[in-house]
Design a protein around this ligand. Structure first.
Ligand SMILES: C[S@@+](CC[C@H](N)C(=O)[O-])C[C@H]1O[C@@H](n2cnc3c(N)ncnc32)[C@H](O)[C@@H]1O
Length: 280
């Protein structure tokens, strides 16, 4: 039976409008983002509701147009082939940080320790640990962060048997029995110089916590502390892997040498990533 009532707009029929609004707001990947938002509405729709999606897509698009990171709106980010949960206010894992995961996996596969112990300091959402566990399910991952929202989020991403998440300032959060037993110690700590925070895209500076970004005057306040105490936690043959910015590598290699670690600079052009890999 035909009806003379106009069809109620569904999210799919609103796709072109969402694309237009996102494009007008300057979103470079407007088509892809609009599709993800449409799918998000469809996935969360109550199948029994008469009009499950009426205003929801509009609301999500409005949040994106206002500058909120897409990942906070969706509630997840893609990282190293995984869908990682990301709560509002928690640092969004960046694609380049997958380089730390690759370096860690390479080392762990070569070393083949019985049950590898991996620590992720400054874990944020717990993305790095989740990516390691996805590849090495027998590993034991200890992740830690100072921000309560990050700790809560990481506990959701590392809820499986191999993951444990601790709250607190750097190493003070960790169980002391890990001292001298860690096979890979990773830290993607804040490393943006304080003066450069204002130059970051609004998505980051307005929606990610300063604690996650600000590394102090030269960006290295937290990383220097990570390196200084690393030798006490690393097992023989273990490595420390930290992400760094261009222009920070020499200072970090020197900081590692001061505590008896031999460090090298690793780069991934594909991921636009720089890491320092240090060993005893
Ligand atoms: C750049 S974010 C990286 C998060 C995560 N590693 C990732 O790559 O997605 C830095 C994280 O360090 C945490 N953080 C900053 N200072 C810290 C400290 N002193 N102790 C523990 N965590 C800290 C922040 O809360 C934030 O989650």
């Amino acid at each position: 039976m035909s009806s003379c009532l106009p069809a109620r707009p569904t999210p799919d029929s609103r796709l072109p409008d969402a694309v237009r609004r996102l494009r007008a707001a300057g979103c470079v990947f407007a088509e892809d983002e609009a599709l993800l938002l449409v799918r998000s509405v469809a996935d969360s729709a109550d199948p029994d509701a008469n009009d499950p999606d009426a205003n929801e897509l509009d609301a999500l698009v409005a949040r994106r147009v206002a500058g909120e990171p897409l990942e906070h709106i969706l509630g997840w980010a893609e990282f190293h082939g995984l869908r990682v949960l990301v709560d509002p206010g928690v640092f969004v894992p960046r694609r380049r940080t997958g380089f730390l995961v690759d370096l860690a996996l390479h080392h762990l596969r070569q070393a083949e320790p019985g049950q590898a112990i991996m620590v992720d300091l400054c874990c944020g959402s717990g993305a790095v640990g989740a990516a390691i566990l996805a590849q090495l399910p027998a590993a034991q991952v200890h992740a830690a962060d100072l921000q309560p929202e990050a700790v809560r989020c990481a506990r959701r991403n590392l809820a499986g048997p191999g993951g444990r998440v601790h709250a607190g300032d750097l190493y003070s959060a960790l169980p002391t029995e890990l001292r001298g037993r860690v096979d890979v110690l990773i830290a993607n700590a804040p490393y943006v110089p304080s003066d450069a925070i204002g130059l970051m895209p609004p998505e980051a500076r307005d929606h990610e916590p300063r604690l996650a970004l600000d590394g102090g005057t030269d960006g290295l306040d937290v990383l220097r502390r990570v390196i200084a105490d690393a030798p006490a936690w690393l097992a023989p043959g273990a490595i420390l892997v930290v992400e760094a910015g261009a222009g920070q590598t020499s200072a970090l290699v020197e900081a590692a040498a001061r505590v008896g670690l031999t460090a090298r600079v690793a780069r991934s052009e594909a991921l636009d990533a720089i890491a320092i890999v240090a060993s005893r």
